[in-house]
Design a protein around this ligand. Structure first.
Ligand code: HEC
Ligand code: HEC
Ligand code: HEC
Ligand code: HEC
Length: 336
């Protein structure tokens, strides 16, 4: 009897602790009956992503940074006051502990021999490019260094290509084609754990994410197999995790491929896909030779790259939808 009671109590504790305390928020994304509902816990820690307050505005008049300093290649049009304000903000966003010297030789601020300074110059251009050219994705809120870095030198969510360790037959299971290595990036499923390299590194010639067909047995005609579908599902699992949402945030699961039955967020995600490809191909991969070896991929020596989680970090609107750019117009389009 006592044993039964202990078992019952233990079962109750397990049951209760596995549930989340109400109230839980639900948002309907599609027609009734399609199960297109997004369920979220407003008290989850990821819902409380803070954003550091913008620094007080600086005067736009006075001499320009390009005239006063020796080696300003990107931000030359800013007033010295605005330039200094941006340097201060960048320090808080990227290197609050090491301070200015994380990027500078303190004896000569114009010196480009510190690799982090060279990387940062390109990061400034990348941030401007996102805000100027990808408003289809980032809207008016835009991004700044903090969106990805969150006060850390290296953003928490980056990825490297996987080499033979994911594919090789040195394990007794033989050729595993990138699967069965439960990885956080694909939700600890057995789906291929590098569902990124073939989809996200280049702007052209990527493996097709789309492989559904209205015809039976059309897969081989499209040149795609069930194995390819596993890569699509790996990538989709990664996206859902990055945004902290279910598949139904973007799809009606009765017809994953159908755009008419999808939510508007799917189109935003499609622009995000092309943006990530652009950032990796044109900014992050070419920085490879600038980094020291310890920053490169352990197996293939490739440069660190971005994906959805680099900015989103578990929420559908990075930083809870904070305006990241209007206080720093030098990081975005002049029209903002
Ligand atoms: C995350 C990297 C980073 C941090 C931190 C940083 N800077 Fe810079 N700094 C740069 C980059 C990149 C440039 C060059 C900008 C360009 O080419 O347009 C630069 C240029 C400068 C220059 C111009 C030097 C010259 O003569 O060419 C000054 C002055 C400067 N920074 C001051 C500071 C101060 C002061 C701090 C700390 C409050 C600081 N920076 C923190 C990256 C950084
Ligand atoms: C889209 C996301 C994103 C944005 C926005 C971004 N970065 Fe980065 N940053 C990265 C990634 C990815 C890396 C590579 C990580 C690594 O170095 O291992 C990186 C690396 C760096 C590094 C090198 C760190 C090191 O120790 O190797 C510096 C410095 C840096 N970024 C500065 C900046 C500055 C300054 C800004 C804003 C002007 C900025 N970043 C904006 C994604 C971003
Ligand atoms: C944030 C939005 C978003 C989420 C969440 C999402 N998807 Fe997708 N999905 C897309 C987009 C966008 C495409 C098309 C990619 C492209 O443009 O090529 C796509 C494509 C697909 C396809 C291929 C459709 C075809 O045309 O063959 C499948 C299958 C799929 N998703 C399944 C899933 C599953 C399963 C989940 C949940 C684990 C999921 N998706 C979560 C946005 C999303
Ligand atoms: C450079 C940073 C960055 C990257 C990388 C990024 N996003 Fe976004 N995303 C944003 C910003 C900023 C918004 C605008 C949020 C807002 O309106 O406040 C956004 C909005 C969205 C939205 C709309 C959310 C809503 O509810 O309206 C979706 C869906 C989305 N992103 C999906 C993706 C997917 C999928 C990827 C990867 C393929 C991706 N994002 C990569 C920054 C990024």
């Amino acid at each position: 009897m006592t044993l039964l009671r202990i078992t019952a109590v233990a079962a109750l504790i397990t049951l209760v602790s596995a549930c989340e305390r109400p109230p839980i928020e639900t948002t309907q994304n599609g027609y009734r009956g399609t199960a297109m509902v997004d369920v979220s816990n407003p008290r989850a820690p990821e819902a409380e992503q803070g954003y550091p307050a913008a620094l007080p505005p600086a005067s736009a008049s006075g001499p320009k940074a390009g005239e006063v300093y020796q080696n300003v290649q990107v931000l030359g049009d800013l007033s010295v006051a605005e330039f200094t304000r941006l340097m201060t903000a960048m320090t808080a966003w990227v290197s609050p502990e090491a301070g200015c010297n994380y990027c500078h030789n303190p004896a000569n601020l114009a010196d480009d021999n510190v690799y982090t300074k060279v990387v940062s110059r390109r990061m400034i251009q990348m941030t401007q490019h996102v805000n100027d050219s990808w408003s289809d994705h980032v809207g008016d809120n835009g991004v700044n260094c903090y969106t990805c870095h969150r006060g850390k030198n290296v953003p928490e969510y980056i990825w490297f290509s996987q080499g033979m360790s994911a594919y090789g037959n040195q394990h007794f299971v033989g050729w595993r084609d990138g699967q069965n290595m439960p990885d956080v990036g694909v939700g600890y499923t057995s789906l291929p754990s590098d569902a990124y390299t073939d989809f996200l590194t280049a702007t052209e010639g990527n493996q097709s994410i789309r492989l559904a067909s209205a015809e039976a047995f059309a897969g081989p005609e499209l040149g795609l197999s069930i194995k390819d579908a596993e890569y699509t599902f790996g990538l989709m699992t990664n996206w859902s995790q990055a945004l902290g949402v279910n598949c139904t945030y973007c799809h009606n699961t009765r017809a994953f491929q159908n755009w008419e039955q999808s939510t508007p967020q799917r189109m935003t995600a499609h622009h995000g896909l092309n943006m990530v490809r652009d950032l990796n191909a044109n900014y992050l991969v070419p920085l490879g030779p600038v980094y020291p070896e310890n920053r490169l991929g352990e197996e293939l020596g490739d440069a660190p790259k971005a994906y959805c989680a680099t900015c989103h970090q578990g929420v559908a609107k990075p930083l809870g939808g904070a305006d990241a750019v209007s206080a720093y117009p030098s990081l975005g389009a002049a029209s903002r």
